[in-house]
Ligand binder design. Structure first.
Ligand SMILES: Cc1cc2nc3c(=O)[nH]c(=O)nc-3n(C[C@H](O)[C@H](O)[C@H](O)COP(=O)(O)OP(=O)(O)OC[C@H]3O[C@@H](n4cnc5c(N)ncnc54)[C@H](O)[C@@H]3O)c2cc1C
Length: 412
């Protein structure tokens, strides 16, 4: 492993906003290359919650280079069965849990988001300064650095700032302007939350699509969680991101009175859940990913939405490329940020196109569309790869997941 000496590297102190997969990964790589990263995270610890997430293609290679691939494979969720239901509670299609694995539909490695968060933190924490429970309030850059003020802590000066603070990035707002100009909302909202395993599932994923809606009840097995997913279409909603009960109420209202299969079990679970992750489903498209000494990665720069299953892969790959280019340019951020974007942007954009190019990945808008999809699944034999025909979602996802050639920055 090589790291530049203190005298060779410019711009060593780097503030990273957000300790998600993007922030933790870039912190890890910067430290490994001899920089001095500080991660500031709004939550009191790494933010938990969510389903199993997928690592695919180039992201698997990055996890390997980080030394966490084996641990990811060990912790990988080992699903037994996937079932699709209709409104009457009939199973219209089922397959084993590895549906499409290696073909791009399932991840090459599928690991609980919580487990990945822990693994990333363990590998990143040595030598990376963490500040939990705080967030950036203002940034002011000049020729030599960036002055940063925080909501709680004392002001500090850094050489560079990286926004890895997700869909509603504060760094993006401060350096590039209001979020609305960068959002491409799908007109959907999604809630993911831990529920009791009342259906006595064992590593099973039960799902259903309805007009403008989608639900899932997923059990990841003993010692892991059972989680619910509710997705619904809606015009833009105004809600308090800090108010869990208000978010629960929005979800409950969207499904109010629905007695068709599966809904009430999830609403009962939602009522007592304490870890709801609720958000709009939107992509982020930016005309550029850096502004002076500030750069963006992960969802903050190029969110593809949870419907693609590619958010975490994009985050770890973008983190790898950004840190690697900073190393290769000896910390010259102007060179590094330009090269980072040159390589990572086509990859991110191809992954974002998964949704527009593969309608199968989206939520059906009308009853006719739901009926068509159900009919199509009904005609398939159990276990057939329903979305992997002609314009197969599987092959499209896999080619997007591999649409970048990773440099070996250790050698540069
Ligand atoms: C709780 C949660 C659950 C999720 N569940 C799923 C899922 O089931 N499936 C899926 O495909 N995707 C899920 N996602 C999104 C997924 O994690 C990302 O698409 C992907 O991992 C890219 O990660 P990221 O680090 O760019 O963004 P994120 O994972 O969103 O991480 C951003 C981090 O920045 C922190 N942050 C935000 N604002 C500030 C601020 N102002 N100051 C400091 N810190 C800040 C957040 O607390 C968070 O830790 C979830 C995200 C979260 C936060």
């Amino acid at each position: 492993m090589s790291s530049k000496t203190e005298t060779q590297l410019l711009n060593r102190s780097v503030l990273i906003s957000g300790a998600g997969s993007a922030g933790q990964s870039v912190g890890y790589w910067l430290r490994r290359y001899g920089f001095e990263p500080t991660v500031v995270e709004r939550s009191p610890g790494p933010r938990k919650g969510g389903f199993a997430i997928d690592l695919r293609g180039a992201a698997v290679e990055v996890a390997d280079r980080m030394g966490i691939l084996e641990a990811c494979r060990k912790a990988a969720v080992n699903m037994r069965e996937i079932r699709r239901y209709n409104a009457e509670g009939e199973v219209i299609w089922q397959t084993d849990g590895n549906f499409g694995a290696g073909e791009g539909v399932a991840g090459d490695v599928e690991v609980l988001r919580d487990d990945l968060t822990d693994m990333l933190q363990e590998s990143a924490c040595e030598g990376v300064e963490y500040i939990f429970g705080d967030s950036i309030k203002s940034i002011a850059q000049d020729e030599d650095g960036v002055d940063v003020t925080f909501a709680h802590g004392a002001p500090r000066r850094f050489d560079l700032v990286i926004g890895a603070d997700g869909l509603h990035s504060k760094v993006r707002e401060l350096a590039f302007g209001p979020a609305d100009q960068f959002k491409r909302p799908l007109g959907l909202y999604a809630g993911i939350f831990t529920i009791p395993n009342t259906l006595k599932l064992d590593r099973q994923w039960l799902m259903r699509q309805m007009p403008g809606k989608m639900i899932s009840n997923i059990d990841y097995g003993p010692g892991k969680h059972t989680r619910g997913l509710l997705v619904f279409s809606s015009p833009p909603l105004d809600f308090d991101r800090g108010d869990l009960e208000a978010q629960k109420a929005i979800l409950a209202k969207a499904f109010d009175g629905d007695t068709t299969w599966g809904v009430q079990t999830l609403l009962d679970g939602l009522r007592i859940s304490t870890d709801l992750y609720f958000d709009e489903v939107t992509q982020i498209h930016m005309p550029r990913w850096s502004n002076g000494r500030v750069a963006l990665i992960g969802d903050a720069a190029s969110a593809p939405t949870l419907l693609t299953g590619q958010g975490t892969s994009l985050a770890v790959v973008e983190a790898y490329v950004l840190a690697g280019e900073l190393k290769a340019a000896d910390g010259d951020y102007q060179i590094a940020f330009a090269r980072y974007e040159e390589q990572a942007r086509p990859y991110a954009e191809q992954n974002q196109r998964i949704l527009t190019d593969c309608p199968e990945m989206s939520v059906p808008a009308t009853k006719e569309e739901v009926d068509r999809r159900e009919e199509r699944f009904r005609l398939l034999k159990d276990g057939s790869n329903a979305v992997d025909d002609d314009d197969s979602a599987g092959s499209f996802i896999q080619s997007a997941a591999n649409a970048i050639r990773l440099k070996d920055y250790e050698k540069l």
